[in-house]
Design a protein around this ligand. Structure first.
Ligand SMILES: *[C@@H]1O[C@H](CO)[C@@H](O)[C@H](O)[C@H]1NC(C)=O
Ligand SMILES: *[C@@H]1O[C@H](CO)[C@@H](O)[C@H](O)[C@H]1NC(C)=O
Ligand SMILES: *[C@@H]1O[C@H](CO)[C@@H](O)[C@H](O)[C@H]1NC(C)=O
Ligand SMILES: *[C@@H]1O[C@H](CO)[C@@H](O)[C@H](O)[C@H]1NC(C)=O
Ligand SMILES: *[C@@H]1O[C@H](CO)[C@@H](O)[C@H](O)[C@H]1NC(C)=O
Length: 300
């Protein structure tokens, strides 16, 4: 299903946005972006064919009734590219969670094969959106209901797995990289930060930088000091959420997750991809001794 979802995203965006649209949106070398996106689109189309034949070989019928609605992210080229960054991340995370439940070695091998390709796509999206290429040492997996909390708003009509899962209420979406410390109001279901009892709700941020979430009172919710991808949750307890999906304490989750990116560090590579030039004097160079010291200190 995610492969069809992603292929449709590419098809619709690539047929709508031209090099000139990307240039107008601020990309110095639009074809630097489009060249890779055309390759990613072909990868997704190939993956659909592969899954269809694998599923048929197992005697099941591939999902073919889903419809995808990307209008909200096709408003402009920048929104489309930022959504692609999110989509490739959640696609990759969904495959990680599939790996946790698969037994068949052939299917495991296929899922691992796809997850590495999705991760490479996602890395390029980080660069072309002005973030860090590989921002964190770990990724997080997303079980199907959490995936749907983010992707479900763009999908209708799937008759079988996974649309019959209980939905986690969706948290209002952010389509853009944020600086750290940006104050945020949330909407979930019929509730908003302003309409709930603010002593009873918290916003939490999970990422690959810690095995448990950053917790904030709902009235003080702000993008956390984490570089790269983050997931936002609304909970009715201040107990930090954990990130291991096999043991995750989701009982207090009222809504979420929603994916966002905190872009607090821009790399030379991203500067080059966006602006066609980089201000290398901005970058602190690393001496061999500093490099040795970094390698000597483990964060684990
Ligand atoms: C959140 O909503 C309140 C009330 O409408 C408003 O005063 C505040 O500026 C909003 N904060 C943000 C970050 O939008
Ligand atoms: C929102 O409010 C409407 C009208 O009161 C209600 O029908 C609906 O079930 C509510 N939705 C949620 C998610 O609470
Ligand atoms: C907290 O939220 C969960 C999930 O919606 C719900 O099951 C639980 O009853 C809530 N607890 C309180 C104290 O509101
Ligand atoms: C490049 O970085 C230096 C040092 O931070 C700064 O003084 C200079 O204005 C920057 N130049 C441009 C073109 O951004
Ligand atoms: C690496 O760590 C060890 C143990 O803390 C220390 O003795 C050594 O000097 C460190 N090496 C470097 C290059 O920092």
């Amino acid at each position: 299903m995610m492969e069809e979802f992603e292929a449709t995203y590419y098809l619709e965006g690539l047929s709508q946005f031209s090099s000139a649209d990307l240039a107008a949106a601020g990309w110095a070398i639009p074809d630097l972006v489009l060249e890779d996106l055309l390759v990613f689109a072909q990868d997704q189309a190939d993956h659909i064919q592969f899954w269809a034949s694998t599923i048929e070989a197992l005697g099941a019928t591939p999902i073919s009734t889903c419809a995808f609605h990307f209008q909200p992210v096709l408003s402009d080229a920048a929104t489309w590219l930022q959504f692609g960054r999110e989509m490739e991340y959640i696609g990759m995370s969904a495959l990680m969670s599939a790996i946790a439940v698969l037994d068949d070695p052939e299917l495991l091998l296929s899922a691992a094969n796809f997850v590495t390709v999705e991760a490479r796509h996602q890395t390029i999206y980080n660069i072309i959106n002005g973030g860090s290429s590989v921002s964190q040492a770990y990724d997080v997996a997303l079980p199907p209901n959490q995936l749907l909390a983010m992707a479900g708003q763009f999908i209708t009509g799937c008759e079988i797995f996974p649309m019959n899962l209980p939905m986690v209420p969706q948290v209002a979406h952010l389509f853009g990289g944020m600086p750290a410390g940006l104050a945020l109001n949330w909407t979930w279901g019929n509730a908003t930060t302003q309409t709930v009892n603010q002593n009873e709700f918290w916003c939490q941020w999970t990422s690959g930088t810690s095995t448990s979430a950053v917790v904030q009172p709902i009235a003080e919710c702000a993008s956390p000091p984490i570089n790269g991808y983050v997931f936002a949750w609304i909970t009715n307890s201040s107990t930090p959420l954990t990130t291991d999906i096999l043991t995750q304490n989701v009982g207090n989750v009222v809504a979420g997750p929603a994916i966002a990116f905190v872009d607090s560090q821009m790399e030379i590579l991203s500067e080059l991809a966006l602006h066609g030039a980089a201000n290398v004097s901005d970058i602190n160079t690393v001496t061999p001794a500093q490099a040795a010291s970094i390698l000597n200190s483990s964060t684990v």
